[in-house]
Design a protein around this ligand. Structure first.
Ligand SMILES: *Cc1c(COP(=O)(O)O)cnc(C)c1O
Length: 402
C-alpha cells in the first residue's frame, strides 16, 4: 500500500509498528523494541501514556478547535507556562518545527524591515526544517538540491566559530539563528563561550539572537531549553526561541517565544495559522508540563543521561577503533562511529544506518544522523533498567562491529 500510494520521500526501515507502551513499541509480528529514538525526540513521555490519552479524550469531548478568531483558556495558560519557563515575553503557536522557524524568519524580517535588514546568519551543519525558507536556512546542501532558486537572505558560517559570525554580519543582517545543540548533523554542542559571544555580538550590532530548540529543548538536556544547560544559571537570554517536537509529546504542536520588548513586532494581521494553539494541542502540552514537573523528569533526563553517557564513553575507550566519540547532554546523546570500522560493509548505506539496523535486529530503536552517528533521544521517563537494557544491546553491536 505504501509503495503504491505514499509519496516515496522517506527512506523507511523495514518495520511496521503497531502499538506502544512506555518506552517499548511492538511491530505487527509481535516483536518488541526498546524505543531509544522517541520518534526523533518527540515522545517525551513514551508511548500511549494514560494521562495524555485521558487529557486528549477529555478535551476532545469538551472543545477541540475554535480558530484564532476567538480566545480560549488553554492557549493563554500554555503561553503563560512557557513564558514562566523562559522569561517575560510572548508566545505564538503553530503545528511543527519548520513552521515555528518560519515564524522566527518573519519576526527577523519584520524587525529589520525599516532599516533594510533582512539577512539571517545560520550555521553549517544546522537543520531548520523542510519548508522553502527552512531549507534555505539549513546549512546542509543535501536538503537544498533540486529546489533552487533558494529563498534569499540566508548566510551560513562554521558552527562554534565566533570570528566567522563577526565577519558575516553586514549592514543587511537582521538576526543570527543557531541550534545550541545541532541534532540532525550528529549532536554537536555549542560551547558556552560561543553562545555568550553571540549574545555580545548581536547586542553590539542591534540584531536578534534566535535559537532553534525544536530538538534539544523541552527538558531533554536537564533544563527546559538546551542553552540553559550550556550557559548555566545566568541572566543570559536569546531574543527568540522555536520549539516543537517534545512540546506535544506526539500531538503536533509547535511554538515560538519572543522576548517582551519585541512583543509588538508581529502585530495583528502579520502572522497566522489555522491550527495554532488549538484547545486539544494546548491541553496535551499543559498536561505534559504538569507531569514533567510532578515526576521530576528533567532531573531524570540529567541523571540517566549522565549515567548513559559515562557508560557509553567507557565503551568508546574499550573499542576506540569503532567509536570515535560519545557526546551530548541529558537524553540527547550521539555515538560517533568510525566509518572504516571492521564491521561496516562498503555498501552505499551509511555506517549510521547500518548500525541502526543491527540495533533493530537486537530489539532497539535509535536514530541515525549525518553519515556515521547514531542518536539516542528516548522518552524522559526512561527507567534505569531500560537504560541498562539499551547499554547491553549497544555494547553487543559495538563489539560485533569490532
Ligand atoms: C525536527 C527539526 C526541525 C523541523 O521540525 P518539523 O516538525 O519536522 O518541521 C527544525 N529544527 C530542528 C533543530 C529540528 O530538529
Amino acid at each position: 500500500m505504501f509503495e503504491r500510494n505514499v509519496v516515496p520521500s522517506y527512506a523507511r526501515f523495514d518495520l511496521v509498528l503497531e502499538r506502544g507502551e512506555g518506552s517499548y513499541v511492538w511491530d505487527v509480528d509481535g516483536s518488541r523494541y526498546l524505543d531509544m529514538g522517541g520518534g526523533i525526540a518527540v515522545c517525551l513521555l513514551g508511548h500511549a501514556h494514560a494521562e495524555i490519552a485521558d487529557a486528549l479524550h477529555f478535551q476532545a469531548r469538551k472543545l477541540t478547535h475554535v480558530s484564532n478568531l476567538y480566545y480560549h483558556e488553554l492557549q493563554g495558560r500554555l503561553a503563560e507556562a512557557l513564558v514562566d519557563l523562559i522569561a517575560p515575553g510572548r508566545v505564538f503557536f503553530c503545528s511543527s518545527g519548520a513552521e515555528a522557524n518560519e515564524g522566527l524568519f518573519k519576526l527577523a524580517r519584520k524587525f529589520g524591515h525599516e532599516k533594510s535588514r533582512y539577512e539571517i546568519i545560520t550555521a553549517l551543519g544546522s537543520f531548520h526544517g523542510r519548508t522553502l525558507a527552512g531549507i534555505a536556512a539549513t546549512g546542509q546542501d543535501k536538503v537544498k538540491k533540486g529546489f533552487e532558486p533558494a529563498v534569499v537572505g540566508f548566510k551560513h558560517v562554521p558552527f562554534n566559530d565566533l570570528e566567522a559570525v563577526k565577519k558575516a554580519i553586514g549592514p543587511n543582517t537582521a538576526a543570527v539563528l543557531i541550534e545550541p545543540i545541532q541534532g540532525e548533523s550528529g549532536i554537536t554542542v555549542a560551547s558556552k563561550e560561543y553562545l555568550l559571544g553571540l549574545r555580545r555580538l548581536c547586542d553590539e550590532h542591534g540584531i536578534l539572537l534566535m535559537f532553534d530548540e525544536v530538538q534539544a529543548g523541552h527538558f531533554r538536556t536537564g533544563k527546559f531549553q538546551s542553552w540553559q544547560t550550556i550557559v548555566g544559571d545566568s541572566e543570559f537570554l536569546p531574543d527568540a526561541v522555536s520549539m516543537a517536537k517534545s512540546l506535544g509529546g506526539g500531538f503536533p504542536i509547535g511554538a515560538f517565544w519572543v522576548k517582551e520588548d519585541l512583543a509588538q513586532v508581529l502585530s495583528a494581521g502579520t502572522h497566522a495559522t489555522t491550527f495554532g494553539g488549538t484547545p486539544l494541542g494546548c491541553a496535551v502540552a499543559l498536561k505534559i508540563l504538569e507531569i514533567v514537573r510532578r515526576d521530576q523528569l528533567a532531573e531524570n533526563a540529567r541523571e540517566l543521561g549522565e549515567f548513559l553517557k559515562s557508560r557509553l564513553q567507557s565503551l568508546q575507550k574499550e573499542f576506540p577503533r569503532v567509536l570515535r566519540e560519545v557526546r551530548g547532554f541529558g537524553l540527547m546523546i550521539g555515538l560517533d562511529f568510525f566509518a572504516d570500522a571492521p564491521g561496516f560493509t562498503s555498501s552505499d548505506e551509511f555506517p549510521g544506518t547500518q548500525t541502526v539496523k543491527r540495533l533493530h535486529s537486537r530489539g532497539l530503536l535509535a536514530i541515525p544522523a549525518a553519515t556515521a552517528v547514531v542518536r539516542l533521544l528516548p522518552a524522559l521517563n526512561l527507567s534505569r533498567g531500560e537504560a541498562e537494557e539499551a547499554l547491553e544491546v549497544i555494547s553487543g553491536v559495538v563489539s560485533e562491529l569490532a
